[in-house]
Design a protein around this ligand. Structure first.
Ligand code: SAM
Length: 212
C-alpha cells in the first residue's frame, strides 16, 4: 500500500513537472523587475526553494541579490539556504529583508492575517504575493483540483480556502498595503492547462508595506 502510494506520488510529480517549470518561469519574469541590486529577499514558505534559486539564476536578476527561504519544516534537498521556524513568529528583527515573497502560501495557512502581519513587520520595502483568485465558473472546484494535484505528492496539507478579488482588496486595506502592481489574470501554465487552471484563477500583487 505504501509502495503504491509512493508510485502514485512519483507519477503525479512527473506529470506536474512541466507545469511547475512554466509557473516558475512566469513568476521569475514577474518578480525580478521589482528587485534592486543588493536586495535581501526572504521567500516565506519556499518549499524546496526552486523559486528563489530560479530568481538568483535569472540573467535579469539584479547583481548581488540574495534569496533565502523560511519554512516550518525544512525539506530534504533544498536549493537555497532555508531557515526553519514555528510558523508563527519569524526569527528576524523588523525590516530585516528588502522584499518578502509569499508564493502560494497564504491559502495553506490557518491564520493568514498573522502571516501577513509578520511578513509586513520583517519587510523593508515590498511584499510580493502570488496566490489564487475565485473568479469565473467552477472556480472553487478548479482551484481546489490544481491545489490538490500540486501539493498531494509533497504531503503539503490544503485548506481549500481561496479569496475573491474583493477579499484580496479587503486584506490589503486591513494591513495598509499599497498596491504597486496587481495581476488579476496570469498566463502561468502551458496553454491548455492555463485555460483550465490559469488565467483569472491566478493572482499576484506587489505591495508596498506602509510605515506608520
Ligand atoms: C504550495 S507550497 C508553495 C511552495 C513555494 N512557495 C513555491 O511556490 O513553490 C506552500 C508552502 O507553504 C508553507 N507554509 C504553510 N504555512 C506556512 C507558514 N506559516 N510559514 C511559512 N511557510 C508556510 C508550506 O510548508 C509549503 O511548503
Amino acid at each position: 500500500m505504501v509502495r503504491k502510494h509512493g508510485l502514485v506520488s512519483a507519477i503525479m510529480r512527473r506529470v506536474h513537472a512541466p507545469i511547475y517549470a512554466s509557473r516558475l518561469r512566469e513568476l521569475v519574469r514577474r518578480i525580478v523587475p521589482h528587485l534592486h541590486a543588493g536586495d535581501r529577499v526572504l521567500d516565506v514558505g519556499c518549499g524546496f526553494g526552486a523559486l528563489g534559486r530560479a530568481i538568483m539564476d535569472s540573467d535579469a536578476c539584479p547583481r548581488d541579490c540574495i534569496v533565502v527561504g523560511l519554512e516550518p519544516v525544512k525539506r530534504e534537498g533544498s536549493l537555497i539556504q532555508v531557515e526553519t521556524y514555528d510558523g508563527r513568529t519569524m526569527p528576524y528583527d523588523d525590516r530585516t529583508f528588502d522584499v518578502i515573497i509569499l508564493a502560494d502560501v497564504l491559502h495553506h495557512e490557518e491564520d493568514p492575517h498573522r502571516l501577513l502581519a509578520e511578513s509586513a513587520r520583517v519587510a523593508k520595502r515590498l511584499l510580493i504575493i502570488k496566490d489564487h483568485k475565485l473568479d469565473g465558473p467552477w472556480a472553487q472546484q478548479r482551484i481546489a483540483l490544481i491545489d490538490w494535484a500540486a501539493n498531494a505528492p509533497y504531503n503539503v496539507p490544503c485548506l481549500y480556502r481561496y479569496n475573491t478579488l474583493q477579499q484580496w482588496d479587503e486584506w490589503h486595506q486591513r494591513h495598509h498595503f499599497v498596491i504597486e502592481r496587481e495581476l488579476r489574470t496570469m498566463k502561468l501554465y502551458p496553454p491548455i492547462v492555463n485555460l483550465l487552471f490559469g488565467g483569472r484563477l491566478q493572482y499576484m500583487a506587489v505591495l508596498r508595506v506602509a510605515r506608520g
